[in-house]
Write a protein that binds this ligand. Structure first.
Ligand SMILES: C[S@@+](CC[C@H](N)C(=O)[O-])C[C@H]1O[C@@H](n2cnc3c(N)ncnc32)[C@H](O)[C@@H]1O
Length: 245
């Protein structure tokens, strides 16, 4: 198996997607910071980003629901024919995101459930699961038709805000790509999707607004045996887009 490669970029997700050629990507898995987070932050039922010199905010900025149409249009454009798109989504935002992704051209199959195995914060039914919306462009058969629509993996406590266990993305990547194919994540955070891709011999392109995300992901992907395809280009020197970080 060839050494899988990765390339990381710092910028706005939609602006970054616009730089990628049409029909060039085999799989998109992503996890935007939904505006519903604001509500949970306000009542203190979600985790906070540690303050650091590298970021001027205690929390990463949210991606407003009003930007879904431009995001889904770009995700659809960059995907090859006969591919899949997985969108991590809270149970509130999925009712907004699903019809807008369909308008962009995707077929919606079903929400896949990530079962975190134990309950989280909250004041009524305590959250134990998250949804992953499963979309298709064209027609692609899953690699293993015996895999369940509930993926069990323990939540990560004390990591990057909203960090996902790479084991969840590993299931999705194995189901929807073959070795050597290209996986991307426009809101990569700590790079859990990238880690799952590299561990399974897939190439990865990742992007995030936050400089800490680039640093953390780069270290993790190098440690996993990935080859930095942009060696010599410092992530911090990537073009700035005039956004508050
Ligand atoms: C929910 S987190 C992703 C967590 C990731 N799945 C993980 O496992 O670590 C969302 C990420 O989106 C980034 N972000 C916020 N607004 C963005 C934008 N407009 N474009 C790109 N990234 C953005 C944040 O910096 C944050 O790292």
């Amino acid at each position: 198996m060839d050494q899988p490669s990765f390339q990381l970029t710092r910028g706005d997700a939609v602006t970054w997607l616009r730089t990628l050629p049409a029909a060039s990507v085999d799989l998109v898995i992503t996890d935007p910071p939904y505006e519903s987070l604001e509500k949970h932050r306000a009542i203190g039922t979600t985790t906070r980003l540690k303050h650091s010199k590298a970021s001027s905010n205690d929390w990463f900025s949210i991606f407003p629901n009003s930007r879904f149409p431009e995001l889904f249009a770009e995700v659809y454009r960059v995907l090859k024919k006969d591919t899949h798109f997985y969108l991590f989504c809270d149970p509130e935002t999925m009712f907004v995101a699903k019809p807008l992704a369909e308008e962009a051209g995707f077929k919606f199959w079903k929400p896949i459930i990530w079962d975190k195995r134990n309950i989280g914060m909250g004041y009524h039914y305590r959250a134990r699961y998250e949804c992953i919306l499963f979309f298709e462009k064209g027609k692609r058969k899953l690699e293993d038709l015996g895999v369940a629509d509930i993926i069990e993996a323990k939540r990560i406590n004390g990591g990057y805000p909203a960090e996902k266990p790479p084991e969840v993305s590993e299931v999705l990547i194995k189901q929807s790509t073959t070795a050597g194919e290209l996986v991307i994540d426009p809101f990569m955070g700590s790079g859990s999707v990238g880690l799952a891709a590299i561990r399974n011999g897939r190439d990865f392109l990742g992007n995030d607004l936050c400089v800490e995300a680039i640093d953390i992901t780069k270290t993790r992907l190098l440690d996993a045996g990935g080859r930095d395809a942009a060696r010599g280009v410092k992530p911090d020197s990537a073009p700035q887009l005039g956004l508050t970080l």
